[in-house]
Write a protein that binds this ligand. Structure first.
Ligand code: UDP
Length: 329
């Protein structure tokens, strides 16, 4: 019998790339997604989709009762840092509340393994780069705080109930499925790479560069862009670790790219200029966020297949050129 996995938020950007990786391996996958941000068209054939909100504990319980499950992957969440600064309690109540309720249901239904999409936003404005797992936690937003609360709930779920978990703190997820079947389709889109590509393709107004007076070589913020398929691979790589103990990993490429680096790369890949103008800083943006993923590499053997920014932008641009309306739903 194939291994059975439950993926919350499996119709979303990162979740859908994991669902596809599991389905390609021949695993049996069930997705729970409320389709507020996710897309039905991102779910491959043969994968069961339960359209439900995680706040609906009866629906979640009914799915979990139909075990046994090899692991639960928890992606479903509100994920806009800026929005969370305007609506902190919505993020804390919805993200942390739903996450903790899901963990409780997993314990009740004897799920042995749990993998959480966590975030680099836990580290606020870190002093040491690259950022390792033991860097000081000081969430930069209610979004980051909500993920921290779920991480803490998982510590207690392990200590009290023996639920093993992996917290994966993503840096900047980017790019698209190299086979062109999945991509990034957010509404609203706030991320740099898809906005820069759309500006180059003439589908959006000029890109705003949020601040050129940061203490970085070219004055723009530096981020660690990691290919979404590499993120998906890391979820598979950590599963074996959970036979021994719960784990926490920072998950990035380990190299930084500035906003200007991204603009230049998008210009090279699309062959078109990226119209842009200088705008004020965006509140809450730290100057530099680059991960150390040394622990993940050492302990699991994971390594990114697409570490180059060019490959990340190439797959993202291919998706957006082929899907002008995204998933079209
Ligand atoms: N950024 C920008 N213009 C935009 C969107 C983003 O200059 O329209 C910058 C942003 O300030 C940050 C970087 O690009 O330094 C990456 O932002 P994104 O929103 O993609 O990811 P984040 O780092 O906020 O998770």
């Amino acid at each position: 019998m194939p291994a059975r996995y439950l993926v919350t938020g499996g119709a979303g950007y990162v979740g859908s790339h994991l669902v596809r990786a599991l389905a390609v391996r021949g695993d049996a996958v069930t997705v729970i997604d409320n389709l507020r941000q996710g897309h039905r068209a991102a779910i491959p054939e043969g994968v069961r989709l339960v359209e439900a909100d995680l706040a609906d504990t009866a629906a979640v319980d009914a799915v979990l009762a139909d075990g046994p499950w090899h692991a639960v992957f928890h992606f479903a969440a509100l994920s806009l840092v800026g929005e969370s600064m305007r609506e902190p309690f919505r993020y804390l109540l919805e993200n942390a509340g739903n996450g903790i309720r899901l963990i409780k249901s997993c314990v009740r239904h004897q799920v042995p393994r749990f993998v959480l999409s966590s975030t680099a936003n836990l580290f606020g404005a870190p002093e040491t780069i690259p950022i390792a797992e033991d860097a000081a936690i000081d969430p930069g937003s209610p979004y980051g705080e909500s993920k921290r609360m779920i991480e803490r709930a998982l510590v207690w779920a392990d200590r009290v109930h023996g639920l093993r978990s992996a917290c994966l703190r993503y840096f900047n997820a980017a790019g698209a499925d190299p086979d062109g079947l999945l991509g990034e389709d957010h509404d609203p889109e706030t991320h740099l790479i898809p906005l820069a590509i759309d500006a180059a393709l003439g589908r959006r107004p000029e890109l705003q560069v949020f601040g050129t007076d940061y203490p970085t070589p070219d004055g723009t913020c530096i981020r660690d862009y990691i290919h979404v398929s590499d993120l998906a691979d890391a979820h598979l790589a950590v599963l074996a670790r959970l036979d021994h103990a719960s784990v926490t990993y920072n998950l990035g490429n380990g190299q930084g790219a500035s906003v200007h680096d991204v603009i230049r790369t998008v210009q090279e890949i699309t062959g078109r200029p990226v119209p842009h103008r200088i705008a004020p800083r965006r509140p809450g943006d730290p100057p530099v966020l680059v991960a150390s993923s040394a622990r993940l590499r050492r302990e699991t053997g994971w390594a990114p297949r697409f570490p180059e920014l060019r490959a990340i932008v190439r797959t993202a641009a291919a998706w957006r050129e082929a899907h002008p309306a995204g998933y079209g739903d």
